[in-house]
Design a protein around this ligand. Structure first.
Ligand SMILES: *[C@@H]1O[C@H](CO)[C@@H](O)[C@H](O)[C@H]1NC(C)=O
Length: 371
């Protein structure tokens, strides 16, 4: 897709060079904008979380971060990070970066998630996002992780939620991208698969992609349907009109329902009563199900902007081995929220475009993902 586009632009430049001088600057500007697309390849860890590599500092130090659409701060571990972690973590050495700036000095902020918390000092440095260089990006140099963050595989979290979720007085990555006008289109697109690629341990590499400033036509089918983002709370929250199981409307959205798209969450969450309706249609009573049922689980569809987006049992059911070594099965549909949360179980079936052309009026586009 990118090669085709550059070819097209080269043709434009040649044509315009022949016509007049004034158009030259215009096409050069066009060319500069079009090449500013940042592509980050994502790894799938146990089908539970996806992350990809970014770099911070001069010379660059590399980190695996979760691109989380359900939060808006960006942090990476520092050399003050606890040494006892389940997996080795990359740690940012502030002294080794020529472009590092300690914004808050020693003042520490609390960064909190539903699961996990840490402390961090507010800092600025250059962030490399798949080829795009965002200068003076605010981020937190993390220390004092709680137990949760000592057990995770990834190094840090790069929040791509909307500004109202950020710690006050900081600039999020999306705000910085908007301000610096570096990418050709103010969008980012996410494509995630559950396919088996190159497997290293529990990690599948090149299992997905996040593209800042564009989308790759090979990764979806048909057209995207775009819907406006509703809440002022900072989530990529949209209106949904129906949920069907095996073609049967479970009346989940009567009179209305909302959902936010969360790339930092494995599961799909919804109100208890509606999740129970889904379980009833699946012929199960809780998230833990008999393994003999998995094979017969039907497709579930979520209707957004008039388009039915399907997930199949390959997306929402999984098999695991419990502590006693027995094979167990479960579904990724959980009770507990008013607004539906569409995590990886949904996103692995859907190609999603997050449009922040106007950060105060964002939209999301959905299309069927190409496998
Ligand atoms: C989503 O938007 C609806 C409608 O504005 C609102 O009631 C709901 O609380 C929002 N949910 C989240 C998580 O922001």
């Amino acid at each position: 897709m990118f090669t085709l586009k550059s070819f097209f632009l080269i043709v434009i430049i040649i044509c315009e060079l022949q016509t007049s001088n004034t158009s030259v600057s215009l096409t050069i500007r066009k060319r500069k904008r079009s090449t500013n697309v940042g592509v980050v390849s994502l790894s799938n860890f146990k089908n539970v979380i996806f992350y990809g590599e970014v770099s911070v500092g001069t010379p660059p130090q590399h980190f695996n971060v979760v691109f989380d659409t359900g939060s808006s701060n960006f942090w990476i571990p520092s050399t003050l990070w606890s040494t006892k972690t389940t997996y080795p973590h990359q740690k940012f050495n502030v002294k080794a970066s020529k472009t590092y700036f300690p914004v808050s000095g020693r003042k520490e902020y609390d960064i909190q998630y539903k699961l996990g918390a840490l402390k961090g000092t507010l800092s600025q440095d250059n962030l490399m996002l798949g080829g795009i260089i965002l200068e003076a990006q605010d981020f937190f140099v993390g220390s004092k992780p709680d137990y949760h963050f000592t057990t995770v595989k990834f190094d840090g979290i790069l929040g791509l939620g909307l500004p109202s979720l950020k710690i006050a007085g900081t600039n999020t990555v999306l705000e910085n991208l908007e301000k610096k006008n570096l990418i050709s289109q103010r969008i980012f697109s996410i494509w995630l698969t559950s396919r088996k690629g190159k497997v290293t341990g529990d990690e599948v590499q090149n299992a997905g992609q996040i593209i800042f400033g564009g989308l790759d036509k090979r990764h979806f089918r048909g057209e995207h349907v775009y819907v406006p983002v509703l809440s002022r709370k900072g989530f990529w929250n949209i209106s949904m009109s129906q949920i069907s199981v095996n073609g049967r409307d479970i009346k989940a959205c009567v009179p209305q329902c909302f959902a936010f798209v969360d790339a930092g969450n494995t599961d799909i969450y919804g109100p208890k009563e509606k999740i129970m309706k889904i379980y009833a249609e699946l012929g199960v009573t809780s998230k833990d199900i008999a393994c003999s049922k998995v094979r017969k689980l039907p497709a579930i569809s979520f209707v957004i902007g008039g388009k039915s987006l399907f997930i199949t049992r390959n997306n929402y059911a999984y098999v695991y081995i419990d502590a006693r070594g027995a094979k167990r099965c479960a579904v990724r549909l959980l009770a507990g929220t008013d607004t539906w949360v569409l995590g990886l179980a949904f996103m692995q079936a859907t190609h999603t475009v997050f449009d922040f052309q106007d950060l105060s009026n964002p939209k999301i586009g959905f299309a069927k993902a190409a496998p």
